[in-house]
Write a protein that binds this ligand. Sequence first.
Ligand code: PEP
Ligand code: MG
Length: 758
Amino acid sequence: MSSAQSGTWGGARPLMRQLRDLMRSGGSTQERLDRVASLVADDMVAEVCSIYVQRAGEVLELFATKGLKPEAVHSTMLRLGEGIIGDIASRARPLRLADAQGHPNFAYRPETGEEIYRSMLGVPILRAGRVLGVLAVQNKTQRNYSEEEEEALETIAMVLAEIVSVAGIVSADEEKGTESARTMPARLTGLVLHEGLAMGTAVLHERGLVITRVVADDTAAELKRLDEALQDMLSHLDDLVAGSGLSDSGEYQEVIEAYRMFAQDRGWLERIREAIKGGLTAEAATQRVNTDTQARFERVKDPYIRERYADLKDLGDRLLQHLLKPDSQPQKHKLPREAVVIARTLGPAELLDYDTDSLRAVVLEEGSPTSHVSIVARALGVPIVGRCSGLLGRVQAGDFVVVDADNGQVMIRPRQSIRDYFQQAMDVRSARRALFQRLRELPSVTKDGVEVSLHINAGLLVDVPQIADVGAEGIGLYRTEVPFMVRHAFPDVEAQQSLYARIYQLAEGRPVVFRTLDIGGDKPLPYWQVDEEENPAMGWRAIRVGLDRPSLLRGQIRALLRAAAGRELRVMFPMISDVWEFRQAKALLMKELDVHNQDGRPSPRHLQVGAMLEVPGLAWQLPALLREVDFLSLGTNDFFQFFFATDRGNPRLARRYDTLSPGSLAFLRQLSEQAQAAGVPVTVCGEMAGNPLEAMALVACGLRRLSMSPPSVGPVKNMVRSLELAPLEQFAEQLSHSADHSVRAVMRAYAQDRDIAI
Ligand code: PEP
Ligand code: MG
């Protein structure tokens, strides 16, 4: 925080004193709220200050005002989400508006007389993470409220939270009324963060941390309390990680390391200290900085950066816990036997606070695939759905919840028939899992004796042991950009080297194909700013970045050569568009190999260099390309979006073209024939390879190596082992000449007629 900002707390001190006196004085709740409205309006030089309190049925009632018409008090009601006040409450975030009436959410209420007020600053009144109401100031002029004013208002909102909750404005009966209104079944759609199917009792993630002392009497004592709580927190964090059984699972270690660094972040701590010096208790200061951090991150568009907020929030809450209960060691949260944890966001360590034996799934309002909590959930094998908007407003503790994390669906209080349906699906799934378990050690060979080798796609260390777990041969695609995406800064050569060495170690001698960085475009790095592009999928990404920024690519290659340390090394370059580009990339690799050898380091036992076929233009240079590469990898995700010129992310086009079409079969056949003739192995590593029906089509076209996400290996192996290949090859050959839009239905019918396990 800048010194100008930190100065605010000095400025807020007289007001804090007045509020403290007010809290100690008698009087009814109404009188106290009226007095706060007046004090705040005067102090902030605002014509209006209003306090809204949330009532049953998700309604916000105008409870006190200085400046609006008195008759509006207790008569103006706004639904949660309605108007600017409703927006602040529903999203639990502040709003600073110089022109409030120009805001799309502005809801005009004639009884208030507020049409003459142009600008507005409003903040939520929060207690233990729940929204109790909204505090807002308004001005007639178009006023640009400062960040300092927003912070001051947030501090006052904390005092208000105390008054409102102690007064018990919302009675228990009223609370019950709200709850009974929330008994209908609901279905929410979110983003798959880790697959799986689970059901259980909803547990709302809240620490129940209630701050009762806001204004401090002794600043020095509060600063000392802060330091002690911080030390306690750090040592408890170490114990938590040591006891999790995850301390050695790769990125997890780094995630926690980054998290500890946050805890020692001077900016964060300084802001808490400044807030204490401004007159707050240590817990109120921590809470204030937490709320303020949330507001800052809300304004950031970049999802990766927003994600880091979850880490900071976790830390802030953890620190609060140590401040409020200094003598009790934080305990593991008890869970019902089968529990689904529901939260806005979770920090990486927060998941470990739960008893993981009973934890069945996690559902979040926010979160992204590279968020730290997703990585931990993956390491624990817990299904997780994120970006479920409206989640916290719909679900309450004790609700029965079904989580279909394969399809990003969450069913809250589903009807019995839906519960039964999912229970059956889970039973079928565990039976299938048992079948795949038995297949694990069996070869992937068709009935007529053709071998199809199956590999996994991986991105994190936690994925690597899956090779053996699912019975695959190795890693067909290791996406090296993923570990870059979960970090806070570029890993240096040493860090990369130790990561790659660990992959070798965990792969236990099985082959691993390392794809060099596929960053840029739609895979931005949080710590690397590049210009926005109109068409990122076709933009400055992958090998284009590598060749334009050779030090980045060379650093990565250096780390790979060192990690290989005399073992076999397979390197593949992404998004190669022509043979020249492959040569450039390979030349960089050879230069690095020279340096590596000159340094006297052991050279790889066997070096294989390959290209990814993702750009259709490259397919027209196959004869030349096949002379230069040791292997090829077809990335069907990118390849077919360019093949059909369809953006995969556009839902309108999702079903328009089919990868099982005559044109694609014709292409796949040509590719495998040419590669076979040249003696170059081809792996298919896009999503297509993991879908049994599509994998069947690939095998029918002559492709013999498939790489997929680990859970797909069992189903695909099952398909391969039930397949008589020779007649299918003929069938696919005929289909590739047809003029149909899609051949999916006929392929499916073919498989069903012959009991092929698709
Ligand atoms: C592909 O494009 O098919 C592929 C495997 O690469 P990614 O999904 O990482 O873009
Ligand atoms: Mg790709």
